[in-house]
Structure formats: C-alpha cells, structure tokens
Design a protein around this ligand. Structure first.
Ligand code: ADP
Ligand code: MG
Length: 231
C-alpha cells in the first residue's frame, strides 16, 4: 500500500540503547514509521516494546541513539517544545490506559481538545463522537475506577485519536479485550487511521492484532530481529 522506498519516514528510531540499572531494555533498536503506515511492533514480553514506544514518543530518553520526527531530533528539543509537539502531533495509548482518575471518560477525551483551544461544549460533543466510534458512548460518565479494562482501553484510544494526531503510538491497545471486542476496536482504529492518513505504531504480542498492520517489526532482547517487507 505505501511505497516504502520513496516515502520519507515520519518517525525514525536509530540504534537506540536504554538500560534500567543492569537490565538492557534496548540494545541498538532501529525502526522507521512512514506517513500513513500501520506498523506492528511485536516481540515477547520483556523484549523492549514499551520502552521503544516511550522513546519514540519522547517520554523516555534513550542512553544512546536518536529519534527523529519530521526532520527534528527529539533529543535536541527543549522539554517545552517536546511536550507541545507531543500534544499536537502524537496520540499515545499507554499499555495501562493512564486516564486521569478524577475525570469521566467524556472529560478524559475532551481534555486534550480543550488544551488545544477547543471550547468546552464543542470538545465534549466531539469527545462523545469519539467514544461512540470506540463503542463506549454509554460509559461517558464513568470515571476510570468504575470502568472495565476494556472500557478504559477504548476510552484511551478515543482520547489519542480525538486531536487528529499525525502519529498514533499504541501499546497493546486491545490487550484487555476478548477477540470479538478486539476486532471491533482494531477496525475502528485502522479505519480512522486510513481515513485521515495517520501513521500508527501498534505494539502487540497478538498475531490477530498484528494482522491489521501493513508491516511487522519484531523485537528480540531489545533489538530488531526481523524487518517486515513493505508491500
Ligand atoms: P515489553 O513492553 O516488550 O514487555 P519493556 O520495554 O516493558 O518490554 O521492558 C523491557 C525490559 O526492561 C524488561 O526487562 C523490563 O523489566 C525492563 N524495564 C522496563 N521499564 C523499566 C523501568 N521503568 N524500570 C526498570 N526496568 C524496566
Ligand atoms: Mg510492554
């Protein structure tokens, strides 16, 4: 679908190294995400998938190597610029949701829209539409503590997509869902991404989820072991 040889990557990790004490989470991991591409990042538990995603999002600083987004080296950006960029261009779905516990589902999704300058009424209306897309409109008044894991994941996806990001980085977005629900959520995510040309990095250990991607990259012990061929 994408022409991999001629399209400039939008987001690139080059030779990332990251250790937590004596645990080497990443040892020279490289990956490229092209505009509009859906890329699956797979690998066993503990292989470094979440760490790589956090480095790509500019949340974790690697010990060595570089992350480039749209021509800018993330490690060279001041923290303020980095958080602006994250807010405007990135939609991040964390492995454990990380919704704001005090806010309802609707307000969790509306918040980034309001931070981007949308008025409260309009932000809530749009948030409702995003919850609908992910099948949780009826749960809009629930706070995260009152939600099931699946409802929290659906809400986190709605929140990540609502601002119209250029890149979505999703860490096991269907991890708490059964296979039917996972199919619904993956369909909603990939349809939205295709419609808007959003690039998606999909971290998953589930082959059924990876099948939604154009391409797959596999991590083994903190490094890429196989590079999928772009069609
Ligand atoms: P995956 O997402 O593939 O399961 P992670 O990136 O979460 O892998 O973890 C890779 C390795 O780094 C694991 O051994 C994990 O225990 C370790 N690790 C990840 N994050 C931290 C952290 N914040 N502190 C200490 N060790 C960590
Ligand atoms: Mg993980």
């Amino acid at each position: 679908m994408m022409n991999g040889d001629t399209t400039e990557p939008l987001l690139t990790a080059r030779e990332l190294v990251k250790a937590y004490g004596r645990t080497e989470a990443l040892r020279g991991a490289s990956v490229e995400l092209r505009p509009g591409e859906i890329l699956a990042l797979t690998g066993a538990s503990g292989s470094g998938k979440s760490t790589l995603l956090h480095c790509l999002a500019g949340i974790v600083r690697p010990d060595a190597g570089s992350v480039t987004y749209d021509g800018q080296r993330l490690e060279e950006l001041p923290e303020k610029r980095l958080s602006e960029l994250r807010r405007s261009d990135f939609g991040v779905v964390f492995q454990f949701g990380q919704l704001i516990p005090e806010l309802t589902a609707l307000d969790n999704v509306a918040l980034p829209l309001m931070l981007a300058g949308t008025g409260r009424g309009e932000a809530q209306a749009r948030a409702g539409e995003w919850l609908e897309r992910f099948g949780v409109r009826g749960q809009g008044e629930l706070r995260p503590g009152e939600m099931s894991g699946g409802q929290a994941q659906r809400t986190a996806l709605a929140r990540a997509l609502a601002t119209g990001p250029k890149v979505v980085l999703a860490d096991e977005p269907a991890g708490a869902l059964d296979s039917l629900a996972s199919e619904q959520v993956m369909t909603a995510l990939t349809h939205t991404a295709r419609e808007s040309g959003t690039a998606v990095l999909l971290v998953t250990h589930d082959a059924q989820v990876a099948a939604y991607a154009d391409r797959e990259v596999q991590l083994r012990d903190g490094a890429v072991s196989t590079l999928g061929v772009t069609a």
